[in-house]
Design a protein around this ligand. Structure first.
Ligand code: SAM
Length: 280
């Protein structure tokens, strides 16, 4: 019985592949790849000469027998164009078929765009809901948002550049002006992570058309007890820090409302009340 290795590959920066991933790719008898031309470039870069076969969305069922036959003779690696196989990439059916045929299935962890985006988002990351690509049409997005609007955990979506602002606008309407992190071109030269409210991110993209690959991380529904809301002491010390820089009360309220879980009004009132938390 062979082992099916799910090898994560870079989402931009070639240095992100692990030494173990490279060793497995050079040792297996066959690599099943989403796009053989794309993977050939990666293998050429690392001087790996393992045979490749294609395994992509439209042949993934037809190809099962080929990959299972190779597994009965030895180990096989599955790779996608970028990131972790089977995460919004072909792989699930093959994993299932390999398990049913009593082969081992083993992950070789590494890059994954949604996890990379979450980790740097600045939003709570201990519990999250990953939903892959957002639906293309507003009516379907609305249905999805209605289902998840009260979900307290951080949400992660993939989105294409030309639908990004439309999706953010729908999100603002159906989920409210939540905190988001829009992660663009992670690990690449033009990597950028925009953090702030949806309206702030939309204002950014009003002036600049979205380009590249995106992951959208969105805060979950806040409850009264949400850990996102700063404690009064923390709020006071941040207010004093900004006052010491000579910032105006409205400026301070706007800036801190973006990250504290407090509304501008609450912060402004606290400032007017002379920074006494009991009176806010
Ligand atoms: N399996 C992959 C993974 O684990 O990262 C995800 C595959 S999915 C088909 C590709 C989508 O992931 C892109 O359309 C984009 O939304 C996101 N993505 C991939 N690379 C990215 C990057 N470098 N920066 C931001 N988002 C990226």
């Amino acid at each position: 019985m062979g082992t099916l290795y799910l090898v994560a590959t870079p989402i931009g920066n070639l240095e992100d592949i692990s030494p173990r991933g490279l060793r497995i790719l050079s040792e297996v008898r066959l690599i099943a790849a989403e796009d053989t031309r794309h993977t050939r470039q990666l293998l050429t870069h690392f001087e790996i000469h393992t045979p490749l076969t294609s395994y992509y969305e439209h042949n993934k069922l037809k190809k099962l027998d080929t990959v299972l036959a190779a597994l009965s003779l030895g180990d096989v690696a599955l790779v996608s164009d970028a990131g972790t196989p089977a995460i919004n990439d072909p792989g699930y059916e093959l994993v299932l078929a390999a398990l049913q045929a009593n082969h081992c299935v083993s992950p070789i962890p590494g890059p994954s765009a949604p996890i990379a985006a979450l980790s740097a988002s600045g939003l709570p990351s201990e519990s999250f809901l990953y939903l892959g690509y957002l639906p293309r049409k507003t009516a379907e997005r609305k249905r999805l948002f209605e289902k998840i609007e009260n979900h307290p955990y951080t949400l992660i979506f993939l989105e294409s550049p030309h639908r990004l602002t439309g999706s953010l606008r729908d999100m603002q309407v159906f989920l409210g002006d939540r905190q988001v992190a829009v992660a663009r071109e992670l690990t690449k030269i033009h990597e950028e992570i925009l953090r702030g409210t949806i309206s702030r991110v939309l204002a950014h993209f009003a002036a600049l058309e979205p380009r590249g690959e995106f992951v959208l991380v969105v805060e979950g529904k806040r409850g009264e007890e949400s850990p996102l809301r700063w404690q009064p002491d923390e709020m006071l010390s941040q207010i004093r820090r900004l006052q010491a820089q000579g910032r105006s009360s409205s400026d301070i309220s706007a800036e801190l409302a973006e990250k504290s879980g407090w509304t501008r009004r609450e912060i402004y009132r606290l400032i007017l009340d002379g920074n006494q938390p009991g009176q806010s």
